[in-house]
Design a binder for this molecule. Structure first.
Ligand code: C2E
Ligand code: CA
Ligand code: CA
Length: 655
């Protein structure tokens, strides 16, 4: 055992030596560990340089290297024992097991405290610190990995508690007993395929369409039956086995996705949970990319869920990791947002694709006014940042009602489905794929209901009547005009639920009246309308943002003549903040920098809340919950006019 104190770099072979610091590398450490007697007792320390990445970023890699050389000399001199560098800024020291517990802890704390005294640039030294994880009294009988994973768990605790400190690994006896079976069985269970992928759908609460799934593990134990994650995940997180399970689940999901090829649900995205352990593995993005490639699946359809608690301490490392994962094509989400210490600044610094609101956040907020305000604001903020929000744990109608009105569209929860085996999931997916509707065509002539029956209209006033539409035998609605808020149709506001939207319709005006809109949509934050006669005899697509004094955005277009059918399309794109109006297939008016309005309160056809009602006919009303482009609108216009039964002519082209 004496050799722990004496073995030095000079006794290492070249392949066992770290080129930069001259310390043992991982192989050197491993060989040294194997050379220990089985009955030897050791202590071990995992030492990590906090914020090292910042030094590389801000001062360059050569400065980073110089710092590492300096720090490694310091550690090897003061930690004692056999010191090795096992990662960029990570060191492991194996100490003689006969040293007292106090002695080991004191060495670690002295190491942490003494760093400031190093002979190195002070402006750099103040930025870094050391975090240490310690494991005491280990038998060298067990594998090196076994020792290191305990050290690593302790190191994580140090980081979690704020860095610049040491933590001793503690496994309380009770949990050890419970987890002993699990630890004994887990490797075989993995080999024997006892871990199964269950899937829980993510559903658009407005359309009931499935938008994806989350993969959750279940342990099918041969004698105990189905074991739930709550029983084994905490154990795996402690002993490090979670990394293996995650990779296994990831591969299973890739296989599954591949097997869906050619099915109608083939492109449904599936998310996989990833534990914090991977974040310290710089090759993680490459490894995942390699797997995806070998299975021939599209990384764009895979999402990695990383739990919020991870994001608290190791922010710098995390930002880089998230970026790298996205460069490889993966989507990344913050899981369990709102469960603990959510720092809002995180959302600012991280470029995540999705935020998953924690189920406890929902459950504790839903019955409480203040909680609701917070929830609603978080959702709104995410939408402004173009981050998708998924709410977990949705169980009842009240929650759905509240969430959809707050602007969250996607839910994952027992209301729709529990996590289920793949076969059952596929059944669910098939039933809910057909519901995907981003488009509602409303029959204005007669029923006032959308094709799928979801969106309904309601006549306000009297004197509206069915008249011939633009096709032979089709119907339009005729509006007789009248005072403000009379003789019009109100449409269910759920027809437009997205930040970007498009509305298409045909109208024929009997009598033009200044600023009377044919289409009017009221938001919580303003309104949008289409007026056949506005500025200088021209029609106008107007968006009003009531949050601004001068928030009037007009896309003035061209002159519309009375007694002719016109195809009108208005579209708003929240990504580009552009509003465009199209007349008879051509883009006529365009306005940029139009802020997004949201929470549609009313949709009115043939009326205006400020002006007299519209006089004329309207038909073929279609809502799209996305922005449409020039090609789409031109083709749409052609589709209408090239139909054999088209009877809406004569038409005027404007450009
Ligand atoms: P999670 O990632 O937050 O997964 C969602 C959990 O919420 C699941 O628990 C799911 O069954 C539950 N849930 C979904 N909808 C509802 C609802 O409406 N009400 C309530 N009360 N609960 C709902 P599950 O499957 O027991 O998984 C628990 C946790 O275990 C997961 O939480 C995840 O953190 C972890 N986990 C499961 N499989 C894996 C895995 O393969 N790798 C990793 N790293 N973690 C996993
Ligand atoms: Ca999750
Ligand atoms: Ca979650």
């Amino acid at each position: 055992m004496e050799n722990i104190e004496v073995k030095e770099g000079s006794q290492l072979s070249l392949s066992e030596t770290d080129y930069l610091t001259g310390l043992a590398n991982r192989r050197g450490l491993s060989n040294f560990y194997l050379s220990l007697g089985q009955s030897d007792k050791i202590h071990a320390m995992y030492i990590d340089v906090d914020n090292f990445k910042r030094i590389n970023d801000e001062f360059g890699h050569s400065m980073g290297d110089r710092l590492l050389v300096c720090v490694s000399g310091y550690i090897s001199k003061n930690a004692g024992g056999f010191v090795s560098r096992v990662g960029g800024d990570e060191f492991v020291a194996i100490l003689d097991g006969r040293l007292s517990e106090e002695n080991v802890i004191k060495r670690a704390d002295d190491l942490i405290a003494g760093l400031e005294e190093l002979d190195f640039r002070k402006d750099i030294l103040v930025l870094i610190s050391l975090s240490v994880g310690i494991v005491l009294d280990q038998s060298a009988e067990q594998s090196l990995d076994g020792v290191l994973s305990k050290c690593d768990a302790a190191l994580y605790q140090s980081k979690y508690n704020g860095k610049k400190r040491s933590t001793v690994y503690k496994s309380d006896d009770k949990s050890i007993q419970i987890s002993r079976n699990i630890e004994l069985e887990m490797e075989d269970a993995l080999k024997n395929g006892q871990f199964k992928v269950f899937l829980q759908p993510k559903v658009n609460m407005i359309t009931s369409a499935i938008t994806g799934a989350e993969a959750l593990s279940r342990w099918e134990h041969p004698s105990d039956g189905l074991r739930m994650p709550d029983e084994y995940i905490p154990v795996f997180e402690k002993n490090g086995f979670i990394s293996k399970l995650d990779m296994y689940m990831f591969k299973q999901v890739c296989m599954l996705k591949k097997s869906w090829e050619g099915e109608i649900y083939e492109h449904l995205p599936v998310s996989v949970n990833m534990s914090r352990f991977h974040l310290y593995n710089k090759n993680f993005p490459d490894e995942l990319a390699g797997i995806v490639e070998s299975y021939g699946v599209d990384p764009e359809e895979l999402e990695l869920e990383i739990t919020e608690s991870v994001f608290i301490k190791d922010t710098d490392e995390l930002i880089v990791m998230v970026k790298h994962l996205q460069e490889k094509g993966f989507k990344v989400s913050i899981d369990d947002f709102g469960s603990g210490y959510s720092a809002l600044s995180l959302i600012k610094d991280l470029t995540v694709d999705t935020v998953k609101l924690d189920k406890y956040f929902l459950h504790s907020s839903a019955n409480d006014m203040k909680g609701k305000i917070v929830l609603k604001s978080v959702i709104s903020m995410c939408r402004d940042l173009k981050i998708t929000v998924v709410t977990e744990g949705v169980e009842n109608d009240e929650q759905i009602d509240f969430l959809t009105r707050s602007g969250c569209q996607v839910a994952q929860g027992f209301y729709y489905s529990e996590p289920v085996p793949v076969d059952s999931f596929v059944e669910f997916a098939k039933a809910h794929l057909s519901n995907i509707l981003s488009k509602y065509r409303i029959d204005l002539g007669e029923s006032l209901v959308s094709d799928d029956g979801h969106i309904k209209g309601r006549i306000v006033g009297e004197g509206l009547k069915s008249v011939p539409g633009i096709f032979k035998g089709s119907k339009a609605m005729h509006f007789p005009g009248g005072p403000t808020e009379e003789n019009m149709i109100e449409i269910d506001p759920l027809a437009v639920v997205n930040d970007s939207w498009t509305v298409s319709f045909w109208c024929k005006t009997d009598e033009l009246h200044m600023w009377s809109s044919v289409y009017f949509m009221k938001f919580e934050t303003g309104f949008a309308s289409f007026n056949p006669l506005a500025w200088e005899g021209h029609s106008d697509f107007r968006i009003r943002d009531s949050r601004e004094v001068n928030g009037w955005y007009d896309s003035s277009s061209c002159q519309l003549e009375e007694n002719l059918w016109w195809h009108i399309v208005i579209t708003y794109n929240s990504d580009t903040e552009t509003a465009i109006s199209f007349i008879n297939g051509d883009p006529i008016g365009q306005t940029k920098n139009v802020p997004v309005n949201r929470f549609v309160k009313r949709i009115v056809i043939g009326g205006d809340v400020f002006q007299k009602s519209y006089i004329g006919s309207v038909c073929e009303l279609v809502f799209y919950n996305e922005a449409k482009d020039y090609d789409f609108v031109r083709d749409l216009f052609r589709e209408y006019t090239e139909r054999e039964d088209f009877a809406g002519g004569p038409l005027k082209r404007l450009i």
